[in-house]
Design a binder for this molecule. Sequence first.
Ligand SMILES: NC(=O)c1ccc[n+]([C@@H]2O[C@H](COP(=O)([O-])OP(=O)(O)OC[C@H]3O[C@@H](n4cnc5c(N)ncnc54)[C@H](OP(=O)(O)O)[C@@H]3O)[C@@H](O)[C@H]2O)c1
Length: 335
Amino acid sequence: MASGAKWDPRFAAAGRGVVTDVDHDLTSDEVADKFREYISGKTVVITGCSSQSLGAEAARCIAQHGTKRLILASRSESRMRQVIECIRLSSELACEIIPVEMDLSSQQSVRSAAAEVLKLAPAIDILINSAAACMIPKYTTTPEGIEMTFGTNHIGHFLFTNLLMPALLASANARVVNVTSFGHQFSNVRFDDINFDNGKSYEPFLAYAASKSGNLLFTLGLAMKLGKTNLRAIATDPGSVQTGINRLVTKEESILRGWSLPDGQPNPAIKWTTPAKGVASYIKAAYDPDLANKNGVAITAGGMDQSIAAYALDREGAERLWELSEKLVGQTFEY
Ligand SMILES: NC(=O)c1ccc[n+]([C@@H]2O[C@H](COP(=O)([O-])OP(=O)(O)OC[C@H]3O[C@@H](n4cnc5c(N)ncnc54)[C@H](OP(=O)(O)O)[C@@H]3O)[C@@H](O)[C@H]2O)c1
């Protein structure tokens, strides 16, 4: 077992807290081997699935462990097709893998992707919200005028998840996995100023951090609103992994922020992990039956341990974010 604090049963009733018992040494395949019976025959939707992304590693692992149908929902069909080709090359699979193009930063795109997914899958067992925009250098907004990082990482997923809710509720045991980050610690959701004073005070990392707090509060919100149903929501932090996440960060900025050494190599002071070990936490969050009575919690393969920020565990904050999100998508979701 990994070191660090264990699950505290007091968190269960409140639907909060971090379970730190993800074994940091296990890979996605090793965790999936344990849960093969729960993976088998399921319909799964994963957002954010380009090559080298954690979504792609999750797709590979789940496809190779007997899932029936896998729907990838990501921005670029050609990048999803590369991932599908790779999965198919590595093994012969019975699993059906379908790409659905979706730009989470556009509510119109999210609505049409959700409609397509609902047609493909009247029942969805697992939704993994992995896609993220990170470190967008210049202030930009979505077509609806929402700061791009928050609009993509939280608002896009809020809308997508709620639009898919009829199919999730049609599954006997549905799970929503929201992928968050240790980075949430650097900012709460900017309830009073989501647009950084119209970009005047924009800071890319704070925008990412606020969106990752949004992922945690949304997980809690789902648990609060749908706790009486068959749906469970779990957040996970995969830890620090060399993926495409920092592709918008220049070498100079990465050095300045302490993420890279002066020669451009990853700073060894950061506890890096591999995609397979990071995604082990996705697999646990999605399938571990022991998490069924821990609705709304976060698990981690990375640095969150027990140090999840209080504001990201706050039930009033979760309610406030739900209302704000409904306002920003122009639709209410009551359960
Ligand atoms: N890697 C880490 O160190 C780390 C640490 C903590 C948490 N996380 C979290 O882990 C998750 C996965 O990150 P990653 O490392 O796999 O990052 P990544 O390699 O950058 O992959 C992100 C994926 O999201 C997609 N995406 C971005 N913007 C999108 C949009 N507007 N609409 C639809 N899809 C979009 C990307 O597609 P394109 O290729 O088209 O851009 C890509 O497939 C994220 O939630 C991230 O916050 C990562």
